[in-house]
Design a binder for this molecule. Structure first.
Ligand code: NAX
Length: 332
C-alpha cells in the first residue's frame, strides 16, 4: 500500500473548509488511488467545531481518507505536509483599517511560514486562499527562507473560473469550449481578467465577442466589473461569501499544479514574479502559467495591448503598495 500524502488545511472549521475537506478526502485533489492524511489547523476556540467536522469526515467512509489530525499548533500540524492549503485568515471587520488587516494577517502568515519552513516535507507545495491572498503568500514565503520561492502560490483560480463562466455565457458555449483565459495581478477588485488571448472553440475570444462598439462596451462595463465584483455579488445574494466555489477553485489550482495543465491551454495562478510582462520582480502576482509535475512556468511572449497594459499596471501597483505596507510592519 502507498504511504498517505499529508495535506494540511488551515481554517478547517470555516465555510470554505466545510466544502474543501470533503472533496480532498474523496480523492478530488490527488486522485482515486492516492490515500490522503488530512492535517487540520484551527484556532483554539474553533477546535470543538472542527471535531464535529471530523465526525462527519469519519461518517463519510471515504476510501481514500487514511487519517485526520487536528490541532492549533502549526508546528505540529504542518509536520511532514506535502501540500498546505492556507485558507484561514483574519477577515476584515467593521472599523478595521487596511493596516490593521495586514497586521492581523501578518501575525498569522509569519508564524505559518516559519512553521512550514521547519516542519513541512521537502516536496511541499503551498496554496494561499485566505485574503489578502497574494500578500499573505508573500509574507509566508519571506518567513520560509529554506523553501524555494516557487513553492508558494496564491489563488486566482476562482477569478479565472468566474471569467470562464461569464465568457461562456456571452459566447453561448460551454466552459469546456474555452481556452487560455488569463487573470493578471491581485486577487482584489483591481484584478484584470484578459480575454485578448482567450479562445472560444479555437477562435480568438476578443475578436468574436468584443470587436464592435457593443462588444467593447460589454467587455469594459460588464465582463470585467462582473468578474472583479463577483465576490461582493455573492455576499449580497447569499448573505455569506463564496465558499463552495472557492473550495472548488482551491482544488482545481492545486490539482493542476501537481498533475499538470492541459496541452494547448493555460491556467491563472499568482506566483512570484521574475519580472515577466513588467510585473515587478518578487511580487506574488497572477499570471498565465502552464504546469507540469508540480512546477509552473509563466507563459511567455504574449502581446499586451494598451487596454491590458493599463489594467495590469494598476493591479500590480496595488500589490506593490501592499508589499510596502507589510514591509513597513516588518512582516517580510
Ligand atoms: P471563515 O471565517 O468561515 O473561516 C475561516 C476560518 O479560519 C475560521 O474557522 C477561523 O477560526 C480560522 N482561522 C483564523 N485564524 C486562523 C489561524 N491563525 N490558523 C488557523 N485557522 C485560523 O472564512 P471562509 O469563508 O472559509 O474564508 C476563508 C478565507 O478565504 C477568507 O480570508 C476569505 O476572504 C478568503 N477567500 C478567498 C477567495 C479567493 O479566491 N482567494 C475567495 C473566497 C474567500 O473570500
Amino acid at each position: 500500500s502507498t504511504t498517505p500524502v499529508k495535506v494540511a488545511v488551515t481554517g478547517a472549521a470555516g465555510q470554505i473548509g466545510y466544502s474543501l475537506l470533503f472533496r480532498i478526502a474523496s480523492g478530488a485533489l490527488l486522485g482515486p488511488d492516492t490515500p490522503v492524511e488530512l492535517r487540520l489547523l484551527e484556532i483554539t476556540p474553533a477546535l470543538k467545531a472542527l471535531e464535529g467536522v471530523v465526525m462527519e469526515l469519519d461518517d463519510s467512509a471515504f476510501p481514500t481518507l487514511a487519517g485526520v489530525e487536528i490541532g492549533d499548533d502549526p508546528n505540529v500540524i504542518f509536520d511532514g505536509a506535502s501540500v498546505a492549503l492556507l485558507v484561514g485568515a483574519r477577515p476584515r471587520t467593521k472599523g478595521m483599517e487596511r493596516g490593521d488587516l495586514l497586521e492581523a494577517n501578518g501575525a498569522i502568515f509569519t508564524v505559518q511560514g516559519k512553521a512550514l519552513n521547519e516542519h513541512a516535507a521537502d516536496d511541499i507545495r503551498i496554496t494561499v486562499t485566505g485574503n489578502p491572498a497574494n500578500t499573505n503568500a508573500l509574507i509566508a514565503k519571506s518567513n520560509a527562507p529554506d523553501i524555494p520561492a516557487e513553492r508558494f502560490s496564491a489563488l486566482t483560480r476562482l477569478d479565472h473560473n468566474r471569467a470562464l463562466a461569464q465568457l461562456a455565457k456571452r459566447a453561448g458555449v460551454h466552459v469546456t469550449d474555452l481556452k487560455k483565459m488569463t487573470i493578471w495581478g491581485n486577487h482584489s477588485a483591481t484584478q484584470y481578467p484578459d480575454i485578448f488571448h482567450a479562445e472560444v472553440a479555437g477562435k480568438n475570444a476578443a475578436e468574436l465577442v468584443a470587436s464592435d462598439a457593443e462588444g467593447t462596451a460589454w467587455l469594459e462595463n460588464e465582463f470585467i466589473p462582473t468578474v472583479q465584483k463577483r465576490g461582493a455579488a455573492i455576499i449580497e445574494a447569499r448573505g455569506a461569501s463564496s465558499a463552495a466555489s472557492a473550495a472548488a477553485a482551491t482544488i482545481d489550482h492545486t490539482r493542476d499544479w501537481l498533475r499538470g495543465s492541459a496541452d494547448g491551454d493555460w491556467l491563472s495562478m499568482a506566483v512570484v514574479s521574475d519580472g515577466s510582462y513588467g510585473v515587478p520582480e518578487g511580487l506574488i502576482s497572477s499570471f498565465p502559467v502552464t504546469t507540469k509535475d508540480g512546477n509552473w512556468e509563466i507563459v511567455q511572449g504574449l502581446e499586451i495591448n494598451e487596454f491590458s497594459r493599463a489594467r495590469i499596471d494598476a493591479s500590480t501597483a496595488e500589490l506593490g503598495e501592499e508589499r510596502d505596507a507589510v514591509r513597513a510592519l516588518n512582516l517580510l
